[in-house]
Design a protein around this ligand. Structure first.
Ligand SMILES: CC(C)(COP(=O)(O)OP(=O)(O)OC[C@H]1O[C@@H](n2cnc3c(N)ncnc32)[C@H](O)[C@@H]1OP(=O)(O)O)[C@@H](O)C(=O)NCCC(=O)NCCS
Length: 168
């Protein structure tokens, strides 16, 4: 069945945020008050999901930023890389409005973020996709996409693994 959600670059004039509530005040506050400043200062890019029946209402969002992860504390094969920091892309924040939970929106947001990471890595060295564990316990949710938890609690997924899963 095709997804009822469309994901596009966040636009404060088109994506109504007033009713957005993901249950996590910090993630609500971010999309309502902080995201535009982050975009303007080139600290993050934000992607918004809307449902086909309510195209002017924000259903979910995620942000992407350039990032680097200290190699110490990563799984052994990554620690062997010849740099102390590993170039990465960060899914900084990701949230779905409670109205749209359990409809595959969270999954659609993660898949969209991974596709963008793969597209970017053709132009820029990116070894890992990293998730900051904000909000509720999402280790199991991200494990569905192959993310593994590191010693310091971040969730990581090598871009080469994403590419391989997209081919199969
Ligand atoms: C976590 C979150 C993004 C999931 O969104 P969602 O739209 O309900 O998820 P989906 O409907 O796409 O679910 C996809 C799969 O993940 C599972 N899942 C959903 N939330 C989960 C959770 N918290 N833990 C484990 N699995 C979860 C679903 O059961 C489903 O499994 P299936 O594919 O086997 O059927 C959403 O609950 C949310 O926005 N939470 C608050 C904000 C937050 O904590 N964000 C994380 C910060 S990075």
């Amino acid at each position: 069945m095709p997804s009822p959600f469309r994901i596009e670059p966040f636009d404060k004039k088109r994506h109504g945020r007033d009713r957005f509530d993901c249950g996590q005040p910090m993630l609500n506050n971010y999309i309502q008050h902080q995201v535009s400043a982050d975009i303007r200062r080139n600290l993050a890019r934000c992607y918004a999901a809307v449902h086909e029946d309510e195209p002017a209402r924000l259903a979910g969002y995620y942000t992407l930023s350039a990032y680097s992860v200290e190699a110490g504390g990563l799984p052994e094969e990554l620690e062997k890389l010849p740099y102390p920091e590993i170039p990465s892309v960060l899914i900084g924040r990701l949230a779905c409005c409670r109205t749209f939970r359990g409809m595959g929106l969270g999954k659609a947001l993660v898949v969209d973020a991974l596709k963008r990471a793969v597209a970017m890595h053709d132009h820029l060295g990116i070894h890992l996709v990293v998730v900051d564990r904000l909000g509720e316990d999402v280790v199991e949710f991200y494990a569905k996409f192959g993310f593994e938890e590191t010693e310091n609690g971040q969730l990581i997924l090598p871009v080469k693994t994403v590419k391989a899963s997209m081919r199969s």
